[in-house]
Design a protein around this ligand. Structure first.
Ligand SMILES: O=C(O)CCC(=O)C(=O)O
Length: 224
């Protein structure tokens, strides 16, 4: 059992349980646990080709989260703005493919949340160390907002902020643990969300880090 974090909407880790966050948004507890060994192998393969890198917001502020990507599109941020790009700007190579075990997990989770037929073409990989955070934002750099977002948590537990359609809406706090998956789409696709500063509670196998895999369909609807 993972320890309960302050303000957790749903209480302690309860693998196998589905918690509704909205009409078309779910927390799927522990869905990634059965395939964790393959998910970890996939992470090693992606990082060998596209290591984590620091990024800045378009206004020049450093992000506390380190990032990389896989899939046919990768997310990038610099002074030219937030956007998806076909090649890794660090290596000038195409992004690594989404590992098959990741794809299977994302499709399974999407289907469990009511989004059968999800076909992600982008997976953003976020790495948080203690104190790193992600401020409230909407995911709207994708050309295809009809597809859901599937977000997998690995390593240290974090408090996910789940807001409304306006930045000022009160955000619920949801503890996310190793193996949990959050899926949101449809009427909830543009809900504000974020992550509170990561508490320093090392994970038994991943140590002092939290890794988040976020799958999206970023290109034109129907295109892969
Ligand atoms: O780390 C998380 O759980 C959320 C990540 C996120 O919001 C994003 O990549 O847009």
């Amino acid at each position: 059992m993972a320890a309960m974090l302050d303000g957790d909407l749903f209480g302690d880790n309860d693998a196998g349980v589905r918690h509704p966050l909205g009409a078309q948004a779910w927390v799927l507890r522990g869905v990634a646990l059965p395939c964790m060994a393959q998910v970890r192998q996939g992470l090693d393969a992606v990082l060998a080709q596209a290591p984590f890198r620091a990024m800045h917001t378009p206004s020049g502020l450093p992000m506390s989260v380190a990032l990389t990507s896989c899939g046919s599109l990768g997310w990038h941020s610099d002074e030219r703005g937030y956007r998806y790009v076909h090649r890794d700007p660090v290596t000038d190579l195409p992004w690594p493919a989404i590992p098959p075990a990741w794809l299977a997990l994302a499709l399974q989770a999407a289907e469990e949340a009511g989004f059968a037929g999800f076909a992600p073409d982008a997976c953003l990989v976020n790495r948080y160390v203690p104190g790193a955070r992600m401020s409230l934002h909407q995911d709207k750099n994708e050309a295809d907002l009809s597809a859901p977002v599937v977000s997998v948590s690995l390593g240290m537990s974090a408090v996910f902020l789940w807001g409304g359609h306006a930045r000022s809406d009160q955000a619920a706090r949801v503890a996310l643990h190793h193996g949990d998956v959050v899926v949101w789409g449809g009427v909830d696709r543009l809900r504000f969300h974020g992550v509170m500063p990561l508490p320093d509670a090392p994970h038994p196998s991943l140590g002092r880090q939290r890794i988040n895999l976020t799958f999206r369909h970023a290109g034109r609807p129907g295109a892969i």
